[in-house]
Each structure stands twice: as C-alpha cells, then as structure tokens.
Design a protein. Sequence first.
Length: 423
Amino acid sequence: MKRAKVFSLFFVCAVLVTTPAFAVSEAAILSLLLSPSPQANAMGESYGLLWGTDPMSSTFNPAALGLQAQKTFLGYAIYPEKVYWLPYLSADLWYNSKAINAGYNLYSLTKIPLSIGVGYFDAYLHLGEQFYTDEPGDPLGSFISYEKYNSTTFSVAIDYYLHASFGYTIKNIDATIGAGFFENGAAMGRAQPNAHDWGVVIRAPVFDILKKLQKPTTFYENLCPYLTPGFHYSKRNIGDKVIFIDEAQADPLPRQAYIGASFETGLRYQKAGSQLDIIHFGWAREMDDVLVDRNVDGTWTYLSGLNDIKFWDNVICGRTNNKATKHQGYEIGLAGIGFFRRGLYQDIEGLVFFKTRGYGLNFTQPFRLLAALFDYQRDKLWLNILLSLDVEYYESHFIAEEGHPIFGTGFRGVTIKLRNFEF
C-alpha cells in the first residue's frame, strides 16, 4: 500500500484555528460556525437585533423565520461577490452564501396570531488547492479542499402580547479536506454528515402590550416611543460524528450552545396603518460555547446544556468567560434609511479579540416615507407592491492591525424583501 503526501493542508488547518469562527479546534467542519450575515458581522457577530429582519439570521437561530414571517412575505439575501476570507494570508480562501425564505402571517385571514416561515440557506468555503505526490516525490496531481452545507428551516411564531417563536433546521454537509491514494485507486478524505439545529426567540414589545391593555402610548400626535427587550437560545450542529477516511479517527461536529439578550428602543411615527421608525437604537450581547470535550488521547464526548456559559454573569452583567466566546454590538438607525453598527468579539481561550464596524442602506425606504408624509392611498396593486419592497445594501469589516490574520476581511451583502401586503 502506498499513500500520497499532501502539501499545504497544514496551512489550511492553521488558518482555521486562528480565525474568529474557528478559534476552538475540538471539532471538525468548523465552517458551520462561520457567521454569514454582513449585518451581524458589523456588530461583533451578534444576531439579537436581526431575528425579524435578516434572511441569514436563521443560520444562528432557526426561530428567526417565524418572527420575519410576521411582516415579511419573501426574503432573499446574497453576496454580490464572494468574500475573500483572510486575504492578508492567502488569495485562495473564499466564502460565499445565500439565503431565501418565505413566510405568511395567518392573522389577516384567520384572526389567529400565528406566523409560519420556511427558508433555505447555502454556504461554501473554498479552502484552496492541495498538491500531492507519491513516495519518491513525483507529482500526482492536485485537488480542491472545501467545506459546504445547505439547510432547510421551518419556524412558527405567536403574537399574543409577547412575540414567541420556535424553529428547527435540517443541515446537509459536505466537506473534503484531504486525499489518500491506494493501490487500486483513490479514496478522498470526504465527509457527508447530517445535522440539525433548534432555537427559540422571545421578544416583549412593551408599548404594543400597553396599547393592547388600552394604556396611552402616544405622547405627541402620531409619535410613539417603543421598547422591545428580547431573549434567544439555540443549539446548533446537533449530529453524530464526522468520518473522512477512517471511522476509528472520527471527529465530532462543532455542536454549539448560543444564548443572548437584546433590546431595541426609539421613536416611531404611526398614521393610517403606516409605521415608520424615526430614530432607532438597538443593543445585543451573546455568548456561545462549543459543546465538545476533547481528551488528550484523542477521544471526545458531546456536552449538554450551556456548559461554561453563565447567563447572568456573562450575558446580563457582561463579565468575560475564559471558556466561551462573547459577541456584543449596537446599531443606530435613522428613518429606516441608514444604519450604523459597531461591535466587539472576544474569545479569551482562543486569543482572538477584535472590533467590528459597518453600515447599511435601504434604497426603497425614502419612497415609503414620502407615502406616509403625503398620505398616499394604496389603491393600486403596483403601488402596494412598491411600498412593500425593501432593497438593502450592507457592509461590515473586522478591525485589526496590518499583519493580523483577519486584516482585510470584510463582508458585503444585498437583501431584497417583500413585506406582507393586501392583494
């Protein structure tokens, strides 16, 4: 039996364990932990402010789709161009993803306060070209290493004073990271495990609840403040094991606990069924922990619960944790047109610390503002659709000094959404 020598694979592995999403290396297929959303990445990879708006947010909590279905009929998010992952280190590492989802609010037809959402997500991480030789060192060829997966998500939400949503995701995974060549042919180092996620999100729109209780919520004509605290929890990448060539050397999936809290506040204009945010501020803090315990002899076990995360100390009080990763960020929105975001990512055990920033633009919101100010009547279908359409651009960057592995890493995304409207 003869086995090929594979070069530059060590470089790929080194890259993976020195990047934000891959700081903990107890598991395989760590691209499952990579944050795809440009909006979240501008806020330290925190998602707590995006459950109801970002089509990619279901990758971190499948319950997001139920909340999006309350107001969004269709959503689509893509990268206009692939993301060069760690461009300072290599031009051959890149990432791409897209998400599409649909939802419907049953209240308009049945008066039942339920919303149902379904979505599809696809991601691909290109790990570069690998070369291999035979034992004497003669070249045999090359192959491409990659990690990719697609997922299908189902979610349902209820709007009864509180907004509560539950979601479930099924993942199909495909990864190739090495090659072994034998006498009678080639056996690629390829794994195709399956996994699933589940999650819950609870939000409390305080002034909407007061309104339902017939308490005054408007303090000047059509202006109304709002305040919405929220809580979310998800468990991701639940599955068995990852086998590339030898089952005896199987690795665990990066099973993850993800928990956080958030709040949103601001001033809203309400008139004749229209609702527009004049000024918006949101803040979120989240913790995640990979639920894998790797022993020195190479054996491993999956852990349960929150493991090293202490909800009160870490999420509420903001104290750091040597074993879990902290995500924190905020956003400021102006009239629903422009959004400015900042964030912080802290992984003490993995020695990864950096700040983030980004912005977003909604190109169709100005038309909606004009329609609300001049009290346009939506008596035509084309006008109804136009005023229900959102076309948005988002950009985010990881802030680091030149020479740091994440230097130059940035995300750009386009989102197209169609809000619920009357036919």
